[in-house]
Design a protein around this ligand. Structure first.
Ligand code: URA
Length: 435
């Protein structure tokens, strides 16, 4: 077999065989196929697409290119959750203890944030003492013991995807539905869960800008899951504005705890309940989404869900008292109000601009090696539909010092708000379910 013939076949729109795809992935990992040939093939895929069969073959080849996690030592149906990434998306902090409190074992490996989107591991590390590195044996034992563990991705998971993604990033070949779908699903399959719940974000702050494109990505990922024997459901949720009101690590933990206490913003609570509901159904705990919803609401009302978060924190070295006393979380010393630029109704808040402003303050990373400041961030007091008056605070920045960085973040947040004389239509929180 020769890479050049495979590239040509794809360039002409042909369907590659499993053996041809395996040959490319083996060559990518062992270095026998040079980067320029892999990149040329990725460009051909971008232009010509892949069939469902090819996409599944690519996913499996990448999933098996490194370590795979065997979760069979954990009893029950293990359900994983994955979000395609958003701004203010702290749903894992809510959903993991919530579904664990209802009986779904959660053995979760999560990532760090990069660019305008945050990562669950950074958020958890803002809790004093919390450890995100556990040995495999401790990880399994903790899930068997308390039903939940959340750790950083460790080991050599899907190295082919890592290499391919690095090439795609610099050759304008990220934006291909089969390549994104196989990239996400290869890591989920290697991580070992029996079933997968995907939260595919649609909107300004997401990879997929429209609900239609998000639905196409969701369909591709659900099709892969079904072809490889992992039950997969995708919820398409809105990311045209940040989710909830807080952006920044400790601020997001605070808001997640508020939801687990039965408070918190409606949008965050609703998306979390929908995601958790599908996880209960996938995990065989509830027969349908209505029964799942009642079970979840009862777990919040009784305090079981919050206690499960406290158990998770204690098991991984964090201070469980933060669930009772939010002042134990890191807090920035200075709060700066962001004044409304005009009178009017909030029509929208550009999620990506808010994510970038939070990153400028130190809540996120521009490059992989940047240090995060857990205490800083942004709280949005006005959300779409709210009426504001010129000069009223629409948001608050939490900062270490009132300097040029803060001034520029204030301007970015101000211009991320779209205001109008009339109240705009409500944008749906959820755009659909693919299963
Ligand atoms: N996230 C991934 O993991 N892979 C992609 O290709 C895009 C987003």
């Amino acid at each position: 077999m020769r890479a050049v013939d495979i590239i040509r076949k794809k360039r002409h729109g042909g369907e590659l065989s499993e053996a041809e795809i395996q040959f490319l992935i083996d060559g990518l990992v062992d270095g026998s196929i040079p980067d320029y040939q892999i990149s040329a093939w990725a460009m051909a895929v971008c232009c010509m697409g892949m069939t469902d069969k090819e996409t599944a073959a690519l996913t499996l080849a990448m999933a098996h290119s490194g370590d795979t996690v065997d979760l069979s030592q954990i009893a029950g149906i293990k359900v994983d959750k994955h979000s395609t990434g958003g701004v203010g998306d702290k749903t894992t902090l809510i959903v993991a203890p919530l579904v664990a409190a209802c009986g779904v074992p959660v053995a979760k490996m999560s990532g760090r944030g990069l660019g305008h989107t945050g990562g669950t591991i950074d958020k958890l590390e803002s809790i004093p003492g919390f450890r995100t590195e556990l040995s495999r044996a401790d990880f399994f034992a903790q899930v068997n013991d308390i039903g939940v563990a959340v750790i950083g991705q460790s080991g050599n998971i899907a190295p082919a995807d890592k290499k391919l993604y690095a090439l795609r990033d610099v050759t304008a070949t990220v934006e291909s539905i089969p390549l994104i779908a196989s990239s996400v699903m290869s890591k989920k399959i290697a991580a070992g869960a029996d079933a997968i719940l995907l939260d595919v974000k649609a909107g300004d702050g997401a990879f997929m800008k429209t609900p239609e494109d998000a639905a196409r990505l969701a369909e591709a990922m659900v099709s892969i899951g079904n072809q490889v024997g992992r039950r997969t459901v995708a919820v398409i949720s809105d990311m045209d504005q940040p989710l909830g009101r807080t952006i920044g690590n400790a601020l997001e933990v605070r808001e997640a705890i508020e939801v687990l206490r039965g408070d918190g913003p409606d949008d965050l609570r609703e998306v979390s309940l929908v995601l958790a509901g599908h996880m209960l159904v996938l995990g065989g705990i509830a027969p349908d989404i209505t029964a799942a919803r009642s079970r979840l609401e009862a777990a919040i009302a009784s305090g079981e869900a919050l206690r499960k978060l406290a158990d998770l924190l204690a098991a991984q070295g964090g201070d469980p008292a933060v669930t009772e006393d939010l002042s134990l979380l890191p807090q920035a010393p200075i709060r700066l109000p962001v004044p409304a630029p005009a009178d009017g109704y909030v029509l929208g808040i550009e999620a990506e601009a808010i994510g970038l402003a939070a990153m400028t303050l130190g809540a996120g990373r521009a490059t992989k090696d940047d240090q995060i400041d857990y205490a800083v961030g942004i709280e949005l007091s006005a959300k779409p539909g709210d009426r504001v008056r010129k000069g009223d605070p629409i948001a608050t920045l939490y900062v270490q010092s009132d300097d040029d960085r803060a001034a520029s973040a204030i301007e970015s947040v101000r211009s991320a708000y779209r205001l109008g004389a009339e109240r705009g239509p409500d944008r749906p929180l959820l755009h659909g379910i693919v299963q």
